[in-house]
Design a binder for this molecule. Structure first.
Ligand code: GCU
Length: 405
């Protein structure tokens, strides 16, 4: 069994060689944009079979019911909509989607789509938001009692979702509780939407079956399906954004679904933006042990055997190309390996160059609080694991340049 001790000492990082991003499995080198399309398919298939599992299909019967709306939300700054996504399968509880759009903007607006950790009602202190009745992880700060939200939970994640600033800058936000899709629990993660694709299965994910991260990514795609039908949202300019485990899911959603215009990985760490081979902070062995329901069964083969992985996370980030990818770290968040996140992004750069684009205009990690923006963007913020208004300010600046022009 691999060690569950995390290493935080740079001198103890093992020597490693990253698998070659541009080299096909047959040894040939991708040299043209067309070659990259084929290499990209190869890589997607690898991530599906070895890490995140096969992508569940788009559901045939999804129906969106806009059950609440207000043109005068957040003191007149925003339009609010609440939507239920139904699947017409009695065992599947509909998904609750919350949307804020800027109130005073003409025409379709670019959107940020992201999942939240403790229910839509935590995103803003807005009494009109439906209080989630679903199971949630225990949390005193989020006023969760007996694994359920309470009235006191309202607005508790507002610092993570600065909606007033976001709509004030002309963007919309679409969010859904990740536990609607798959409860974050190894014993019953199947109790969300998994029954739509694998009604008879039980237990941990099969060898190539999507685990919870794959299901959360699927949920982001369903948000985009809805946005395609909302005239006020510009579905061609949707950024998938996520923090930590939900950052892993956001990048995976956008990697697979080219309708997403961009992805933001906020402190996504192990099996997100960080290189697995560095074994710094959380490792593949630790994540598989602690969260056996997140990835496909095959991923467990690599616990303590990172060098046996036929891929590494630079390839994951490269799947976004030619679209923009933004990776952000926090300097005290060593569990997520900030340097490993930067190095993975840098190691994805050859794809952008192959496509005739600039890459990451920094050779080494930039100073704290000094973002590097481009088609590949990076910042490291001072502080601990989290997504803050400072992170959002950088994301909005970046979106102004790369999504609005
Ligand atoms: C744990 C887990 C990480 C994850 C994080 C989070 O720390 O080990 O992989 O990113 O939770 O989601 O906050």
């Amino acid at each position: 069994m691999p060690s569950l001790e995390a290493n935080y000492n740079e001198t103890q990082v093992p020597a490693y060689e990253l698998p070659d991003l541009l080299r096909f499995e047959n040894g040939e080198l991708a040299q043209t944009p067309d070659d990259w399309r084929r290499r990209r398919s190869e890589l997607l298939a690898l991530f599906r079979s070895q890490v995140y599992g096969q992508a569940p299909p788009r559901p045939a019967n999804m129906r969106a019911e806009v059950y609440e709306s207000s043109a005068d939300a957040l003191d007149g700054l925003a339009v609010r909509r609440q939507i239920r996504l139904h699947f017409d399968v009695p065992e599947i509880t509909p998904l609750e989607l919350l949307i804020y759009l800027p109130a005073h903007v003409e025409g379709p607006t670019p959107m940020f789509a992201g999942l939240n950790f403790f229910g839509n009602h935590t995103v803003q202190d807005d009494p009109a938001i439906t209080l989630s009745s679903r199971w949630m992880r225990a949390s005193d700060p989020y006023a969760v009692v007996n694994h359920r939200a309470t009235e006191a939970s309202r607005g508790k994640a507002a610092s993570r979702w600065p909606v007033r600033e976001i709509v004030g800058r002309g963007y919309g936000v679409a969010t859904m509780y990740y536990g609607d899709l798959a409860p974050d629990n190894a014993d019953f993660y199947r109790d969300g939407v998994q029954g739509l694709f694998a009604p008879d299965r039980t237990g941990l994910p099969g060898a190539e079956e999507a685990g919870a991260i794959g299901i959360w990514a699927w949920g982001l795609q369903r948000i985009l399906d809805y946005l395609e039908t909302d005239e006020q949202a510009d579905a061609t300019r949707v950024t998938a954004v996520g923090h930590s485990r939900l950052g892993k899911a956001a990048v995976w959603a956008a990697a697979q679904d080219e309708r997403f215009a961009m992805a933001i990985s906020n402190n996504s760490g192990c099996t997100g933006a960080a290189l697995s081979r560095r074994c710094f902070g959380e490792t593949v062995g630790i994540i598989n042990e602690k969260f056996p329901h997140w990835f496909c069964g095959n991923y467990k083969r690599y616990s303590g055997r990172e060098n046996a992985l036929p891929l590494d996370q630079h390839m994951f980030l490269a799947l976004l190309a030619p679209r923009p990818i933004y990776v952000a770290s926090a300097d005290e968040d060593l569990w997520a390996d900030p340097l490993g996140e930067f190095l993975a992004l840098k190691a994805a750069e050859p794809v952008y160059h192959l496509l005739g684009m600039g890459g990451l205009s920094a050779e080494a990690m930039p100073p704290i609080g000094e973002p590097v923006h481009g088609v590949q963007s990076y910042h490291i913020r001072q502080g601990t694991h989290g997504i803050t208004s400072e992170d959002w300010a950088y994301y909005l600046d970046h979106a102004d340049r790369f999504l609005v022009s």
